[in-house]
Design a protein around this ligand. Structure first.
Ligand code: SOE
Length: 392
């Protein structure tokens, strides 16, 4: 067993809680080359971050993330804050010789993402690693999908069909939270949800999106400002209103390498859909379907069996032979959303210990950012738009 990997985390809301759960668990499930230690969590408000540290299992806390950079008992900085802070924290952490895990989307703009990818490449020379957190790659069924496609089980890939549907802002009186403000979040459904299905589909098919034709829509253009104390909207008809400056929905057609055609839809207005991530891939020999609401399953149709026996079969992805699962429960026992973050932590620790680059790297995440940027430009111009290749 080598030296422990001592983690400092920035931010402690939903993603911070999910990452904390992973850091707490990963040592106890997987036999890791380096034990993980949850050293310190940072947040802006002393009392809240102290409470979060106690609740989430961090040994210490600070109200200034910059102090993490100078601590020699922190090896890795895990960034779980809104997108407008990613570039500053990640670049400073890499310069200070810390490994970095950064939540998706990597940044709020291509320019920032490019600087982050360049900083990661520079830091790599001294053994410092950086990874972007696209957790849905780590669903065992998604990893199996990738394996099966790489083995040629679908033959030539023809179609990718991907949707990521939520409904949490369908009520026009829902407040103008940070995720609805461009200067903080970068974009709306596009970066928050679209980034996941772009990454996931490129990951499983091994092909990159080369051009897009897109539209975006903001259905509710003004919303009540959140009350400073609660974050909820002020009640009554006299609530102060503010402009929504991001998209509520983003839809696009795309071409991927090797003749694959695709459609994508990301929205926060799919009434009744809470976290509906659905991906279907059609190939010349078969089809694979993943639905996050049934995340322990894959639907597989193969033309490679007698015609009389063809039909969709359900693969229950719960077996020790499946990706990530040997360390968990006996056959047939299901896992959930939080496990994807544990798998992510596992892959990152393994890569750091082996002196290898974790995936997705910051350059991979820059490529996703370039796709998002092409989508936004295409929606503005109503024209097919090429995705710029990654250049640093
Ligand atoms: C909010 O829409 C959100 O929390 C995303 O930011 C996450 O990445 C996604 O997994 C769940 O929904």
């Amino acid at each position: 067993m080598s030296q422990p990997l001592r983690v400092g985390m920035v931010g402690y809301a939903f993603m911070g809680a999910a990452h904390s759960q992973a850091w707490r668990t990963v040592n106890h499930v997987y036999d890791l080359p380096a034990p993980v230690e949850m050293r310190v969590v940072s947040g802006r408000t002393e009392a809240s971050v102290a409470a979060a540290a106690a609740r989430l299992g961090w040994s210490g806390h600070t109200d200034d993330w910059r102090t993490l950079l100078t601590r020699d008992d922190v090896d890795l900085i895990d960034i779980c804050t809104p997108g407008d802070t990613h570039a500053e924290i990640a670049i400073a952490a890499l310069a200070a010789g810390k490994h970095v895990l950064c939540e998706k989307p990597l940044a709020n703009s291509v320019a920032e993402a490019r600087k982050m990818a360049a900083a990661a490449l520079a830091a790599r020379a001294s053994g410092v690693r950086a990874m972007c957190g696209f957790n849905y790659r780590r669903v065992p069924a998604v990893a199996l999908m990738r394996q099966m496609i790489a083995e040629g089980r679908l033959g030539a890939i023809r179609h990718v069909r991907a949707t990521y549907l939520q409904d949490w802002i369908v009520d026009p009186s829902f407040p103008l939270v940070w995720r609805l403000r461009r200067e903080v979040a970068g974009s709306g459904a596009l970066g928050d949800l679209g980034a996941h299905i772009v990454d996931l589909t490129q990951y499983v098919t091994g092909r990159l999106i080369t051009e897009v034709s897109a539209l975006t829509e903001t259905f509710v253009k003004r919303r009540p400002l959140p009350a400073a104390s609660t974050g909820l909207s002020a009640t009554g008809g006299d609530a102060e209103m503010g402009d929504v400056t991001v998209d509520d929905a983003a839809l696009f057609l795309a071409r991927l390498g090797e003749g694959v055609v695709a459609s994508y839809e990301a929205t926060r207005f799919a009434t009744g859909r809470k976290n509906g991530l659905h991906v279907e891939i059609n190939g010349s020999l078969g089809t694979l379907v993943f639905d996050f609401e049934r995340m322990n399953e894959l639907q597989f149709y193969s033309r490679d069996v007698p015609e009389t026996e063809q039909g969709f079969t359900r693969i229950l992805v719960t077996e020790p032979a499946h990706p990530y699962l040997a360390a968990w429960w006996p056959p047939g026992h299901l896992i959930g959303y939080e496990h994807t973050f544990t798998h992510q932590a596992h892959d990152l620790v393994q890569a750091i210990a082996a002196g290898q680059d974790p995936a997705p790297s910051f350059s991979d995440a820059l490529q996703v950012q370039l796709v998002l940027d092409a989508v936004a430009r295409s929606a503005e111009t109503s024209a097919w738009t090429a995705v710029e290749p990654v250049s640093l």
